[in-house]
Write a protein that binds this ligand. Structure first.
Ligand code: BGC
Length: 267
């Protein structure tokens, strides 16, 4: 595919740019929102440390500029987001607490922006195009990366900002015990980590009785290493189909829902 240079290189009405802000990386790509696929290899930059709003906004502007993008932009954020305002910041700089992030981004990008919780974005993408497609009933999408993100669906409808990574489990916050980064930082074996995840899933099952768990985040690419170790959970458990791109796709879908889409690049 030819690299899109300017807005004039986009011709059908289906595309939004998705940006996924994570604890370690900020990734983005234009997304065909009708097909749920990236239209270009994603661009990834490191999340600045500290991840203060000004520094993150600069990196997001850089990523957007790499695609010469001028249309709507969807941006995920790893915390509670209500009406464009970021309210919590468990794994990022506290400067994000109660910040009008949508306004900040849209002023910097000179573009219409939607800001959405990262796990909600991944969940939206999985339910539309991935492992949750056509699934009714209660579905819980969980992302295991820096922290644990959650997205709860019933009959395809999202309950936003559920924050189940902060549930208490044996006196610990679940994400301090079973997040993907905990496995890496503590050098846990896959089966040891899987045992912790199993404990967490059983707790969620007791509370919500989902029929399906979708496991997302970086670990979804290594499902064979930990899923076989998870037993004694009634619900079906599957890895996310869009893997780590789910956040980018979901961000773009959220932007499309708010602002419409712009033409897709000529291929
Ligand atoms: C945040 C959530 C986020 C999750 C994954 C948690 O610490 O509170 O909002 O979805 O990390 O990034």
């Amino acid at each position: 595919m030819a690299y899109p240079r300017t807005t004039a290189d986009y011709e059908r009405v289906e595309t939004c740019l998705g940006i996924d802000i994570g604890g370690t990386g900020i990734k983005g790509a234009p997304v065909d929102t009708a097909a749920g696929r990236l239209l270009h290899d994603r661009v990834r930059q490191l999340t600045p440390q500290p991840s203060a709003p000004d520094a993150v906004v600069d990196v997001v502007c850089d990523v957007v500029a790499r695609f010469s993008w001028r249309g709507p932009v969807g941006i995920t954020f790893p915390g509670v987001v209500l009406d464009g305002v970021t309210h919590t910041a468990a794994n990022v700089d506290k400067g994000w607490v109660d910040l009008d992030a949508r306004r900040r981004f849209s002023e910097a990008l000179h573009a219409p922006v939607t800001v959405v919780n990262d796990a909600d974005a991944a969940g939206i993408a999985e339910m539309r195009f991935g492992a949750g497609r056509d699934r009714r009933g209660t579905v819980l999408v969980l992302t295991f990366g820096t922290g644990i993100g959650s997205a709860l669906f019933h009959d395809g409808v999202l309950v936003p900002n559920t924050e189940f990574g902060h549930l208490e489990l044996n006196g610990h916050e679940a994400e301090h015990h079973a997040a993907g980064n905990v496995r890496e930082e503590h050098g846990l074996s896959w089966d040891h980590w899987a045992h912790r995840v199993q404990h967490y899933l059983r707790h969620l099952e007791m509370l919500f009785s989902p029929s399906l768990f979708i496991i997302g985040g970086g670990v979804s690419k290594k499902a064979e290493k930990f899923l076989p170790h998870i037993k004694h959970v009634r619900a079906e458990i599957v890895p996310a189909a869009l893997h780590n791109d789910a956040g980018i796709v979901g961000a773009a879908l959220a932007a499309r829902a708010d602002h419409g889409a712009v033409p897709i690049p000529k291929c």
